[in-house]
Design a protein around this ligand. Sequence first.
Ligand code: MSP
Length: 489
Amino acid sequence: MDKNKFYITTPIFYANGRPHVGHIFTMALSDIFARYYRLRGDETFFLTGTDEHGTKIVRTAKEQGKEPQEWVDEVAEWFQDAAITLNLSHDIFHRTTNKEKHWPVAQEIWKRLDKNGDIYKKEYTGLYCVGHEAFVTEKDLDENGLCPDHGTAPEEVEEENYFFKLSRYQDDLREKIASDELHITPQERKNEVLAFIDRGLEDVSFSRPAKTLDGWGIPVPGDESHLMYVWADALTNYLSGIDYFTDKEKAQYWPANIHMLGKDILTFHAIIWPAILLAVGIPLPQQIICHGFITSGGYKMSKTRGNVVDPFEYVEKYGVDALRYFLAAAIPTTQDGDFTHEQFVRRYNGDLASGLGNATARILALAEGVDFSGVEARPSELDEAERFKNAWVNYGEAFDNRDLRAAIGEVWELIHWVDGYIEKTKPWEDKDPLVLYTLCVALANISWLLRPFLPQTAEKIAEGLGIAGKATWDFEPKKIDPLFPKIEE
Ligand code: MSP
């Protein structure tokens, strides 16, 4: 690859129900990074998809009177539709039931681990939480012996399983994380992972008997009576999605620059995944960004509480960019955040309808039909050129620091400046072409800065300036429909 490359992934979503706002959050954050790196000119690959094996999926399919394949096909389509609705710029929608593309990679990794002496068979008795798709211990349960997340009793399971020698990689892994060779963001999550490692890593169950899963899963190489457990099955999608073993060109995207994920699957990604990679000698991902959870009114969303936010309703009513904006700007990238209708309306009306919408409408109305042929200064020679340049520098730094709120904050700095500049120069009095040209340059910068976040809006602004699809500063401004009509409630 001649250019810089950038590879970002969302987790692959459990094909077990409809996409909700939590999934959409992970998707939106990842897309903003993907679009930013593409804007910078980096060769970018963005992976998303569905995780389609496991006990839960087999059971839900049964409850629905469907074959597992029929069920996951349906759910995968919901997630694909969600990705399109959210205007995701993904390069692949990857599915773990893809036997040609995914299975051989998962099996190749297994074989390499086996060859390396990292896999062994052992009799195992444990408590299995179907909701978590994981073995749990007594200390994970509440005082009634139920899983606190799912309110269900775990099942006692006695099986012979293959195990992965995770314990072998404890020291190596600790060193890679402590030194940021595998960079975990934010710092408090990194500390949590280090503390987890320091409590001692135990080997993990790596397979399940095929009969307990109705044969639904990826067969263990050389032992068809076992299917791969979620680790080797799902995590390896990040390699199979770029055809790591068979496509030399695409394989260069590895290591992933960012794995974006929520805090519930951090240990899964920050411990088991890198240990597998260390074992088979494949470079570790560069960074894991761990975002928080979206609550509503301070509570976990639940049907009983009646606080479930339906992201698709928001897209339908207010447009996809309004939702993308809220997720990126109102919810801190790496902390928990709250999504309520009142906050959404406040942000929408304040930032989008009044702030961005008004500034755009004012500039385009003032500059429409103005002849700029007499303006000699190029954008880089304007008195305000430094301000625009700085906005880009700060914006880039915010992206480097993985702080999307700070990045989009640069747009609002410019909007405030535009408002002040208009008040100061009063261009409605004399229509000074230099002043109006400066405002158009500011708006063009705003449009470019907005592209990763609000792609449709950025395009509309560029159309208003007469520069859509063109690399030019020769503006032909004209009025456009309001970007974000005010929500009157
Ligand atoms: N299938 C696994 C991931 C395997 S990756 C090799 C999985 N899937 S999931 O569908 O349950 O979750 C996908 C993502 O959605 C995770 O990053 C999870 O943190 C995120 N969210 C689920 N609910 C959420 C909120 N309420 N808020 C924010 N994100 C949350 O885990």
